[in-house]
Design a protein around this ligand. Sequence first.
Ligand code: G3H
Length: 543
Amino acid sequence: MIEIEIMKKYECLKSSEIPAEFGPGEVHQKVYLLNGELVPWSGVYQDVKSPVYVTEENGDCHPYHLGSYPKLTSKESMSALNSAIEAYDYGRGKWPVMGVEKRTAIMSRFLNRMAEKRDEVVRILMWEIGKSYPDALKEFDRTLEYIRDTIDTYKELDRDNSRPEIEEGIFAQIRRSPLGVVLCMGPYNYPLNETFATLIPALIMGNTVIFKPPKVGVLLFEPLLQLFAECFPKGVVNTIYGKGSEVVTPIIESGKINSLAFIGSSKVADNLKLKHPKPHRMRAILGLEAKNVAIIMEDADLDSAIPEIVSGALSFNGQRCTALKMLYVHESIKDEFLQRLVAAVDALKVGLPWEDGVKITALPEEGKTEYLKNLVDDAILHGAKLMNPEHGGNIVNSMFTPAVMYPVNDKMKLYYEEQFGPVVPVMSYHDIEEPLQYIINSKYGQQVSLFGTNSDTIADLIDPLVNQLCRVNINSQCQRGPDTFPFTGRKDSAEGTLSVYDALRSFSIRSIVAAKGTETNKDIVRDIIRNNKSSFLSTDYIL
Ligand code: G3H
């Protein structure tokens, strides 16, 4: 109960206790981006409440009122669609036909301007989704790095394609072309980074874009709206906000979205795909749920494994698709493992996003603490124990202290559901076939972490596991990065692959200009290339 007292202090802080440099202020976004302009909104607004609670003079404790944003309707989202369609203009628009050099120059300008907004965006990110200050900085900087790498990789791709080929007497120039109109929807846990992980490559390849931020995690984009309007030709970037059924459904039903980039749940993704009258015309790039397992073998080095597992399970409160969401430990070491795991979990600092060393912060999703409590209660009902009853599973307002649950079994929701929060389920095994069967029968297929020191045992697991999942981590937590590595999943975990390079491929298609090697054709091609008459049919080498 001491824990609750500490949490209460954190949850109900007075405004005077907020360090000046982290003061949230209020952000009232009164515009949306349409056809190159910030259009004033006079309709209904969505209130934004921070997961961080503050206390009034009279002692009332409530979520900090961070601001508001426009709740658009289908009318505005159809306008956004038309604006993107017009800017693409069947591939004839200024942006899709622009040469690579000009397009990358525009992206570089956007990148430089965005870097100036670091403090503003990071501060809103902390207040809007409760991300700790170092993690919010990391998200911003990682995104800048991602844009930089995307620009360089695109130039590299273009250099590789600047050399025409001649096969069987046919001359060909092969390049990647845009798909058309892309709808980008990111998640609340990485609202900036994961939205931009699809938006930026989609843009640089010459597509026009409509982007819808997640319901939670909208205001942090406000400082960037003006930059989009200034840097990109009109209609190339458009924003929509509001209820999915109101603003997303109609534009997909129109059949005019050529690619859907969505990071969220497979249920929503499936629904969206089915709304398209011809789903094969909408290429889907999806990052979905996962329930990654850590297998802790009998010879695991717990000194290094425990901190890695705790970070893997509980970074940003476990709100990562790559988080370790099931720990499977060998029966022979389970007691020592559990004891050390509980000690490490209980030592995590619970607090406010800006506090030094803070690891566990308030949860931004509505109803999340109730959902987690329900998972814990259900597990207890079916035979699990809360292993850290003093510190774990405490709720005050939107905070939930990490709960370690053991032994988890297949009667419990925690066995199947992606908790996406600070609950750590543990199971033990005698035979390695048990965790392997868990992975085989799981709905998800993203990654696994193997903790052990015997290279023979690890080698025996690698070969079957790479055929079930998409990344096997050895004595390392599951994660997406580095962003140059392919990030994908099987089953309900993903469709398509993201990485700096893969995303450029995902948002484009190969097109060819081909000519039989007649004298007339040679003259035509020579003239077009020598006189720089085409962006596509060109041997220009970007430096
Ligand atoms: O939520 C899922 C994210 O893609 C996880 O990314 O491994 O970089 O934290 P991360």
